[in-house]
Design a protein around this ligand. Structure first.
Ligand SMILES: C[S@@+](CC[C@H](N)C(=O)[O-])C[C@H]1O[C@@H](n2cnc3c(N)ncnc32)[C@H](O)[C@@H]1O
Length: 251
C-alpha cells in the first residue's frame, strides 16, 4: 500500500493569530516543521506582528512539545517594513502572554545583543527573517550559525523575493550548495538548511523527506504538497469569514 504523507497541519491546524504578512504561504510547513523537530530551543530573528513566530508557538503548544521559544526583534521596524508604532509590540506581547505564557519570551533588542544569551550548538530551530539586504542576511547567518545545534535547522524567509534591495535570494544561492538544504519556491520563498552532524537516527518523516530522499520526484511532491496545504488553509479561512458574515446578516 502506498504511504500517504499526512502531517498535523492537515489534520488539525487553524491559525490563532492571523495578521498580514508574506509568511502566510508557509504556515502549514512552519507548523509541521516544529511538530517534526520537537525543538527544545527555538529562536526567531525578526517577528514583527508575529505571524511566523506564533505559528511555531501554536505548534509547540498543540503538539505538547516541551521547549522554549524566543522572539528577537526591536519591534520598531526597519527600512523594508518601515518604522512601526508601539501598537505592534503591544499586540504581540498580549497575544504571547495570553496564549504562550511560560515557554515563549519576547526579547526586545537587536539581534547582536541577543547573541550572548544563547550557548554554542544549542538552538534546534532558528528562523532568520530580519532585515533583508544581502549584507544583513549574511551577517545574521554568520553570527548565529555557531549557536545552532549540529543537525539543527535554520529557516530563511524571502529567498525568492527580488524586490528593492532584498538580497536573501542571492545569499541563499551562494550557500545552498555548501549545506544540506531544501527550497520552497512559492510565496516569497523559504529556504531550509540543516547544520551538519547530530544524531539522525530519530529523524521524523518530514526531515527524511526533505533531506534524505534526494530524488527530484519527492522534492517536487513536497513543494506541491505545501503549495496546496497553504491554499487549502486560505480557502478554509475565506469560508469561515463568509459563514460569519452570513450568520451576522441573519441576526
Ligand atoms: C520581515 S519582518 C519579520 C516578519 C515576521 N517573521 C512575519 O512572520 O511576518 C523583520 C523584522 O525584523 C526586525 N529587525 C530587522 N533587523 C533587526 C535587528 N538587527 N535587530 C532586531 N530586529 C531587527 C524588524 O524590526 C522587523 O520587525
Amino acid at each position: 500500500m502506498t504511504h500517504v504523507y499526512m502531517p498535523p497541519s492537515i489534520r488539525h491546524f487553524e491559525p490563532l493569530h492571523m495578521v498580514f504578512s508574506t509568511w502566510v504561504d508557509h504556515l502549514p510547513f512552519g507548523y509541521d516543521l516544529v511538530a517534526a523537530i520537537r525543538p527544545k530551543l527555538l529562536v526567531e530573528l525578526g517577528t514583527h506582528k508575529g505571524l511566523s513566530y506564533f505559528t511555531f508557538c501554536q505548534s509547540m503548544k498543540e503538539n505538547e512539545i516541551d521547549g522554549l521559544c524566543y522572539a528577537v526583534d526591536t519591534f520598531e521596524g526597519d527600512e523594508h517594513t518601515d518604522k512601526y508604532d508601539e501598537a505592534v509590540f503591544t499586540a504581540v506581547n498580549n497575544h504571547n502572554r495570553q496564549n504562550y505564557h511560560g515557554f515563549s519570551y519576547l526579547m526586545r533588542m537587536f539581534f547582536n545583543d541577543a547573541l550572548r544569551h544563547f550557548d554554542e550548538d544549542s538552538i534546534e530551530l532558528l528562523h532568520i527573517d530580519g532585515f533583508h539586504t544581502y549584507e544583513a542576511v549574511s551577517e545574521d547567518f554568520a553570527s548565529w550559525y555557531p549557536k545552532v545545534k549540529p543537525g539543527g535547522i535554520i529557516l530563511f524567509h524571502d529567498v525568492q523575493a527580488r524586490l528593492q534591495d532584498f538580497g536573501a535570494w542571492k545569499f541563499w544561492e551562494e550557500i545552498r550548495g555548501q549545506h544540506e538544504t531544501f527550497t520552497f519556491n512559492h510565496g516569497f520563498g523559504l529556504g531550509v538548511l540543516r547544520k551538519a552532524g547530530g544524531d539522525r537516527s530519530q529523524d521524523s518523516e518530514l526531515l527524511k523527506l526533505l533531506f534524505d530522499d534526494r530524488s527530484d520526484n519527492t522534492a517536487a511532491k513536497m513543494r506541491a504538497f505545501y503549495v496546496h496545504a497553504s491554499k487549502h488553509l486560505e480557502n478554509m479561512r475565506k469560508l469561515k469569514r463568509l459563514n460569519t458574515a452570513v450568520v451576522a446578516k441573519q441576526d
